[in-house]
Design a protein around this ligand. Structure first.
Ligand code: ZN
Length: 235
């Protein structure tokens, strides 16, 4: 049958189309974009965490400074009282109050110093995160472009195959196309294959001499089929 050669050609185009769609679904550019996006997202959440930490530290510093202002005011108040007090016991009590408030102020200063160090560290960290976010955004943009280029390439290739397919299919009897489609829909391996030596190129099994001889006897009105996998065979 003359159209079996064209059918084989059609099958080759369909195989190529299938491989192309598989390739398009598994583009390395898509994986790269996903990776770039998740890196950026992770950096952004790191930035959100560091920003929140910095805000907290800054508000703690503000609170300590307010507390120290109160301490200063108390020290001034007690010192003024001390000047007017006559009884030694009261003077002693005031002295004690002043010492207590001074100790509190000093502890606040120590804590503020630590918080200032933390805030400096966080600011540096945020600067670094900012740079990484900028770089990450560029990486995402580049990966997006690369992916869309790769998809475009696949689509161009697909158009070429589609055109080839139309030309090849137009030369084949519609009834044969239907037979081919039926067979193709029922299997994952090629529905049409040729022989390399005695090996079917669909199932990759060898045909016996007897089987080969029988297939060669098949007339033009029939299409030879592989005795192992049932595909149409070009013999
Ligand atoms: Zn076979």
């Amino acid at each position: 049958m003359a159209s079996i050669q064209s059918l084989l050609e059609l099958q080759k185009i369909d195989t190529a189309l299938l491989q192309l769609s598989h390739r398009q679904a598994n583009l390395v550019e898509r994986t790269n974009l996903t990776k770039a996006k998740s890196t950026l997202t992770a950096t952004q959440s790191g930035q959100a965490i560091a920003t929140a930490q910095l805000e907290k530290v800054k508000s703690q510093i503000t609170n300590l400074e307010l507390a120290n202002k109160k301490c200063e005011a108390q020290i001034v108040k007690y010192s003024q009282q001390l000047r007017t007090v006559i009884a030694p016991r009261e003077a002693e009590a005031l002295q004690h109050e002043i010492e207590t408030v001074r100790a509190e102020r000093s502890a606040n200063d120590d804590q503020e110093l630590l918080l200032l160090e933390t805030s400096e560290r966080l600011e540096l960290q945020l600067k670094d995160l900012d740079e990484r976010i900028n770089a990450g955004s560029v990486a995402v943009a580049l990966a997006t472009t690369a992916l869309s280029e790769a998809i475009k390439g696949c689509e161009t290739e697909k158009k070429l195959f589609d055109n080839q397919r139309q030309v090849v299919a137009a030369a084949i009897d519609l009834k044969v196309i239907k037979l081919y489609d039926n067979k193709r829909n029922k299997r994952t391996t090629p529905a049409v294959a040729d022989l390399h030596g005695s090996k079917c190129q669909s199932c990759h099994l060898d045909l016996s001499v007897v089987e080969l001889a029988a297939l060669k006897k098949i007339g033009d009105s029939e299409i030879a089929e592989c005795p192992n996998c049932d595909c149409y065979l070009v013999v």
